[in-house]
Design a protein around this ligand. Structure first.
Ligand SMILES: [Zn+2]
Length: 544
């Protein structure tokens, strides 16, 4: 997803206390969901769920007598296993379902929860900007269980079928393919959508409202439709015009698009955009954003450049985050860092090298500001409030880690490794170690030191480079690293200028103080560190 107001977020960081305990994540240990069949009937005003049932195909992983489902405060009417009513307790965000007898590893059980009520979160019951009622799912990070009983952890991926019954004047969209729309005896319509690929629970959504549904004019590599408030019907084609090229670019760069269709929805989300599989929701002001002097307009698409990035970011998530999902919350950068970097790659391809460089520079400044306030690894096992993980580490620093890997491995090995990583974990989960393994295999390089320093440790190199012309055909370079913590051993490109031209060398620091003697015939007129911006570094230079 894309954070709407990062400044508010930094403020939250300042007042939150740091946690010393390792975060306890919801485990997928004794059972896992394989498929959800979710039937929801909304009332005429779209202000509550009149009736619902979720049938979950449960696969047993270890002998157990209890299935623990995450579920919010809606009223549970009945729970059945194999169509027989069973006992359950419902409190503190969980339904504990007592199985009639101990289930064994390998068993599969259909478990159904009947329920109704007004969700306090997850399914946002609201009005669109025209004042029309709407019901839109918005679940990140673990808010789907406020309206669907689930195992609410990203690694518990499952396929899902929705049967959504709503007043006949409403348009409905959900994950996956629209199978059919039927009119009920009472004149409502029931919409059936099926997502045949397993998706993380936070990506399971429906959107119901009086949308104008607009088909993309230009052909796209998957059926592409826009769902916007009626008053914005004429804005949709231009506003979403980057989407077709984005889909094509990622298909060529990574792999074919993983889902049955793509719906882009303007509606209710607490984020700038939320990457629900095949049904992305964008903030309601998407088409009303103005270009700022520092960001500007995209000449190619005629929308603000940050809107191009936002659309590319959410679509990149379809591959990274939705199809290849982070195994744990500590691996969130595999979702957000990838979406941020692949959006930047789209910018590089379609908006040019300067725009790409600017986005990397802005990302670096965001990381530096963040690390002044909080110095923790990208792989963060401690932060308890998952919303606090929407930070510069997982977005901008994660993107920079990918950029540095690309620079150090070369485009060929990097993109081969990324394609391999994607295809090995498609429709499944991946860890930071899985990414390391894929890139090591593609490049033949040992990346343990790189990952140890950049992913599992904190900070960035703060180089201080001093150079001394010794007048005897030798330049002495002293590279000190001023950051707290361990040395960064990444190669440091340096360009030395003299009256007769430029010379590129690469320093390979082995400690926080590193000295290199460079044969040089003339006195240098200048020395530049990281001239092509391949390191997330801050540098000061001193010459004699
Ligand atoms: Zn994102």
């Amino acid at each position: 997803m894309n954070i709407l107001r990062p400044r508010v977020f930094f403020l939250l960081l300042l007042i939150s206390s740091s946690a010393f305990a390792v975060r306890v994540e919801r485990l997928v240990d004794n059972w896992r969901p394989e498929h959800y069949l979710v039937n929801i009937t909304l009332n005429d005003q779209l202000t509550e769920i009149s009736s619902a049932s979720a049938r979950i195909n449960v696969r047993i992983l270890k002998p157990t007598r209890v299935i623990d489902l995450d579920f919010g405060e809606l009223t549970v009417d009945r729970v059945t296993v194999n169509s027989k009513a069973v006992e359950f307790t419902h409190k503190e965000g969980k339904i504990l379902v007592a199985l009639p007898e101990q289930a064994q590893a390998g068993d599969t059980l259909p478990l159904t929860v009947d329920y109704h009520g007004k969700p306090k979160d997850g399914l946002i019951l609201t009005k669109d900007k025209d004042g029309n009622a709407a019901a839109v799912g918005d679940n990140w990070p673990d808010r789907v269980h406020y309206w669907i009983p689930t195992l609410d952890h990203p690694s518990a991926k499952a396929t899902v079928t929705f049967n959504i019954t709503a007043p006949a004047n409403q348009e409905v969209v959900a994950n996956g393919k629209l199978d059919h729309v039927e009119t009920t005896a009472t004149g409502q319509r029931t919409w059936t959508f099926s997502e045949g690929a397993p998706i993380p629970p936070y990506c399971m959504i429906i959107a119901v409202g009086q949308f104008a549904k607009v088909q993309a004019v230009a052909g796209a590599i998957t059926p592409l439709s826009y769902y916007v408030p009626l008053s914005e019907r004429d804005l949709a084609q231009k506003g979403f015009s980057p989407a077709g090229p984005v889909l094509e670019y990622f298909t060529n760069t990574v792999a074919p698009y993983p889902y049955e269709k793509l719906g882009l929805i303007v509606g209710a989300t607490r984020f700038g955009g939320m990457e629900n599989s095949s049904a992305i929701v964008f903030t309601s002001n998407l088409f009303n954003r103005a270009a700022t002097p520092s960001i500007g307009m995209s000449a190619r698409f005629g929308v603000p450049s940050n809107t191009v990035s936002l659309i590319a970011h959410e679509i990149a998530h379809q591959w990274f985050g939705d199809s290849v999902t982070e195994s744990t919350w500590s691996d969130l950068w595999l979702s957000e860092g990838f979406a941020t970097y692949f959006a930047a790659l789209f910018v590089q391809r379609f908006e040019g090298e300067d725009a790409f460089r600017a986005s990397l520079n802005n990302a670096a400044l965001t990381v530096f500001a963040y690390e002044k306030k909080k110095l923790v690894p990208i792989f963060d096992r401690d932060t308890e409030n998952l919303m606090e993980l929407l930070n510069a580490n997982n977005y901008q620093k994660g993107a920079w880690v990918l950029h540095m890997l690309r620079s150090q491995l070369g485009d060929d090995a990097f993109f081969r490794g990324i394609k391999n990583y994607y295809s090995s974990h498609k429709h499944s989960t991946a860890s930071s170690e899985d990414l390391r393994a894929a890139l090591e295999k593609a490049s033949g390089k040992d990346l343990r030191t790189f990952f140890a320093r950049w992913v599992y440790d904190s900070g960035h190199p703060q180089y201080e480079l001093a150079y001394y012309w010794l007048g005897q055909r030798e330049l002495r370079i002293v590279l000190s690293q001023r950051q707290p913590g361990n040395v960064f051993t990444d190669p440091v490109p340096v360009t030395i200028s003299t009256a007769s031209g430029k010379r590129d060398i690469v320093l390979k620091p082995t400690g926080k103080l590193f000295i290199e003697r460079v044969p040089l015939r003339q006195k240098p007129t200048g020395v530049e560190v990281d001239p092509h911006n391949v390191l997330l570094d801050e540098t000061t230079i001193k010459g004699n």
